[in-house]
Design a protein around this ligand. Structure first.
Ligand SMILES: Cc1cc2nc3c(=O)[nH]c(=O)nc-3n(C[C@H](O)[C@H](O)[C@H](O)COP(=O)(O)OP(=O)(O)OC[C@H]3O[C@@H](n4cnc5c(N)ncnc54)[C@H](O)[C@@H]3O)c2cc1C
Length: 452
């Protein structure tokens, strides 16, 4: 397939990485990227905030797995990588603010030590009492919340795991799949007798496999992670067509045909669908009908991010605050970017998000009202002395994050196997095996490789 024409649908990080990978591995091949929106990047987006580029989508990438950092380096942007200056966040609770306990696995404790304050004395005792429960027995996938409530009590879920896992998925632990969102923990459970033991084993296995535990955990890009899409387009030389929504996909004798809104039809030798689950289901209705139902089983959470710049002033909140629903607050987290990232100095730059899966009432407010309410909540949480922002930017992420509900791995397996029946077709993206950028990049690579 060295000279063939690949059409990628969707110009998010997944689609643009697939295009870049294809050109890298097929120098004579052509790549067209069709994007429904009027800009490249999908969830990657940056705004100018008080004179600096500032991300309103992803703002950090995990550096303890290689994919994102390697891609940034391969794009010639190694000198743009900035390690986080601090990652010490705190949890806001009705009783006060507590540093995030060290050594948890996405909020799941590995012992009852170090939990005082974040959990009440009764909550800590409940964690310690896991040793007295009958040995752990699991049959298939379960919800994170269901298992943890049973083994460690409600407080671990509502005060620790919800803000951490909820921050990544904008989802609720009671809905989310253990196997899909905590695969390292799930892998240890069959051999473990206790959940704490499994969490400890998973944490140690992760540390061993990473080897170099000294490097930064998170990095960002000086000009914004939102600068990567343009760099990918430039490096791939892809023909990117904006405002081009694909409405139908068909098999032909020689390859594929794609209809786009407005009436045009394009041909392709191979196709990567790097679109969210809903549009992917529509496009696969005829070609891979068995993928449709499992794709519809992947709903999305909507949220809004408010980026704020305040006059420079000291705040004592480390890299930020996790704000679980038990606080009754509007916002679900505050990132103090000017503390977290050294290049964002000179003003107090903060971002805060609103909205979770199944809880989007606040998102119905008009822009001005929502922004004002978020600013007020943030000013109160950070105890700002100069609480009048010099600039605010509201970005709405409707259907921003896929929800990996119980049974997600089975859904993904069914989708992949239905798509594999169609040679020359692949699906990739945040809907499947990881919402973070490294996972999307990995999935884009897997998709392009599967076409050869
Ligand atoms: C607010 C927020 C903060 C986040 N923070 C982080 C973070 O700090 N670190 C991290 O690693 N990850 C983070 N994530 C997750 C990560 O950004 C996303 O999972 C990832 O960017 C998704 O990329 P994607 O290419 O798979 O999908 P998308 O970015 O959704 O791209 C899909 C594209 O397909 C297009 N499309 C849809 N239908 C069609 C059609 N029919 N025809 C043509 N085009 C179509 C869409 O317009 C879109 O541009 C965050 C996500 C959000 C929303």
């Amino acid at each position: 397939m060295s000279t063939c024409r690949l059409v990628v649908v969707g110009a998010g990080i997944t689609g643009l990485t697939a295009a870049w990978e294809w050109r890298r591995t097929h120098p004579d091949g052509a790549v067209v990227v069709l994007e429904a929106g009027d800009r490249i990047g999908g969830k990657l987006n940056r705004v100018e905030l008080a004179g600096r580029w500032y991300d309103t989508g992803p703002e950090a990438v995990l550096a303890r797995v290689p994919e994102a950092v390697e891609l940034i380096e391969a794009l010639g942007l190694a000198d743009q990588l900035v390690p986080a200056r601090t990652t010490q966040a705190s949890i806001e609770l009705p009783e006060g603010r507590f540093p995030l306990p060290a050594g948890t696995l996405q909020g799941v404790p590995t012992s009852a030590d170090g939990l005082d304050g974040v959990l009440t004395p009764a909550g800590v005792a409940r964690v310690r009492a896991e040793a007295d429960l009958p040995p752990l027995q699991l049959d298939g996938d379960v919800s994170v919340g269901g298992l943890l409530r049973e083994r460690l009590g409600d407080e671990v879920v509502d005060r620790l795991v919800e803000p951490l896992l909820g921050g990544v998925y904008a989802g609720r632990p009671d809905d989310l799949s253990l196997a899909a969102t905590m695969p390292a923990l799930a892998a240890q459970l069959p051999a473990a007798t206790s959940l704490l033991g499994a969490a400890l084993a998973a944490r140690d296995a992760g540390a061993r496999s990473r080897g170099d535990a000294d490097g930064p955990v998170f990095v960002t890009v000086r000009e914004g992670i939102g600068s990567l899409p343009a760099a990918l387009v430039q490096a791939s030389g892809a023909d990117v067509r904006l405002c081009t929504r694909v409405t139908a996909l068909r098999r032909t004798a020689g390859g594929f045909e794609l209809d786009v809104a407005g009436g045009a039809t394009l041909t392709a030798d191979a196709v990567v669908l790097a679109t969210p689950a809903g549009p992917t289901a529509e496009l696969l209705a005829d070609l891979a009908p068995d993928a449709v139902e499992p794709l519809h089983g992947i709903p999305y959470a909507s949220m809004a991010v408010v980026a704020m710049a305040f006059p420079e002033q000291p705040v004592a909140a480390g890299s930020g605050l996790l704000v679980p629903p038990v606080t009754g607050r509007l916002v679900k987290g505050v990132t103090v970017s000017s503390s977290k990232w050294p290049h964002l100095d000179g003003a107090l730059r903060v971002r805060s998000s609103v909205g979770r899966f199944g809880d989007d009432a606040a998102l119905h407010r008009p822009d001005d009202e929502l922004t004002a309410a978020v600013v007020a909540d943030v000013a109160d949480l950070l105890q700002l002395e100069r609480a009048e922002p010099v600039q605010t930017e509201l970005v709405r992420w409707t259907d921003g994050l896929p929800q990996y509900l119980v049974g997600h791995p089975q859904r993904v397996a069914a989708i992949r196997s239905a798509v594999a029946e169609v040679p020359g077709l692949a699906v990739a993206g945040a809907a499947y095996q990881g919402v973070g950028l490294p996972a999307c990049i990995r999935d884009a690579r897997r998709a392009t490789q599967s076409l050869d």
